[in-house]
Design a protein around this ligand. Sequence first.
Ligand code: SF4
Length: 367
Amino acid sequence: MSEPAHKRLLTDLGRGELAEWCGLRGEAPFRADQIRRWIFGKRVADFEEMHDLSKPLRAALAEDFRLFASEIVRHQIASDRTEKLLLRLEDGSHIECVLMREPDRRTVCLSTQVGCAMGCVFCASGLLGLKRNLSVGEILEQVLRLDRLLGADERITNVVVMGIGEPLANIKSLLPAMETLNEKGGLGLGARRITISSVGLPEKIRELARYGKPFNLAVSLHAPNDELRNRLVPVNERIGIAAILEATDDYFRDTGRRVTFEYVLLGGLNDGVEHARELANLLAGRGAHVNLIPMNAISELPYADPSHARTAAFVDILTEAGIAATVRKRKGADIDAACGQLRLAEEQGSTSSQTTHELSDAVVPNR
Ligand code: SF4
C-alpha cells in the first residue's frame, strides 16, 4: 500500500528544493545528494534503509514525505522478458510503464498523463480522453518501480517517453523529470539516451529545444498529407504538417539532434506506394529517420495489418529516396504491451487496440 496522500511525494522535489528542505532542518545541502543516491542509485524502499543519514533526519523525511505514490496492481512478464506494470495512483487512476530488455540495453517506457487528449483513432490510450497530467514524481516513480525489477548488476540504459499521454502537453512535469533522470545525482542518464515522443506540438517542440538538452525527439506523423492526418490524428486539424516540420527543422538546427518520424502502417489506409512517395517528398533533405510501425489489427477497431509486401515496398521507396527507414520490432507482444491496453481493460473491463507508442526501443538511436 502507498502511504497517506497528505505527505508530499519526495520525487516531486528537485535537488534544489530538497537541499532547501535539508537547510530548513539545519542539515547541510549535500544531504540532498545522499538522499537522492539512496532513491535513484540504491533502490531503497523505505527511509529507514538510508543508513548514512542520522536517525532524526530519517524520521523527519518520513514525517514530511512518502517515497512512492502508487501501487502495482498488475505485473506482466512477456516471453521476451519485457515487463509491464499497471500502477494505481492515489486518485484511483491507472498508468502503465514498461521495461524492455536487450543484451546491451534496458529501456523503460514512461507515461506522462492519465489518458490523452490527442485522439489518435487507433490508440487505446486516448479512448477515455484526458483525465489529468502526471506530476514530476509520478513520472519518476515509474522509473523507480521498473528499476527495482532489474538485477543487482543491471541498470536502466535508455528512457523512451512514449507511454500513455502526449508528453509535450505536460512539459511542465516532463522537463524536471527528465532533468532528474539526466542529472548525476539522479539516474545519471545521458540526454541522448532519452527519447521524447510527440504527435508534434510546434510551440512545445521549440520550448523543448530552448531547454538546451540534446534529447531525442520522435514525432508521430502517420500520414504524408493533412487530409489523411486529420482523420488519423484529429489534433492535426489545428496544427498541420507544415508547421510541425518547421518546428522539427528548428529542433534539429538548435539541438543538433536529428528527428525521428514515426508512422503507423494501417493496412489499405496509409500504407500505399503513393503514400510512401508523398512521405519521401515531404522528408527529403531533412536527414530524418522514419520508424514504421505495422498496425496490429484488433477486432474492436476497423484497422487492418499492413501486408508484408506493402510494408517492404514502403521501406524500399523511402530507402531509394535516401531516407533511413526501419520497421519497428514488437516487444512484449504476448502481454499486450502496447500502451493503454491494460489501463483500458482495468478501467472498462475490456481489451482494445494499440498505440503508435507501441513498445519498442527501436527509436532509440544506436550510439
Ligand atoms: S498515440 Fe500517443 S498521442 Fe495519440 S492518443 Fe495515443 S497516447 Fe495520445
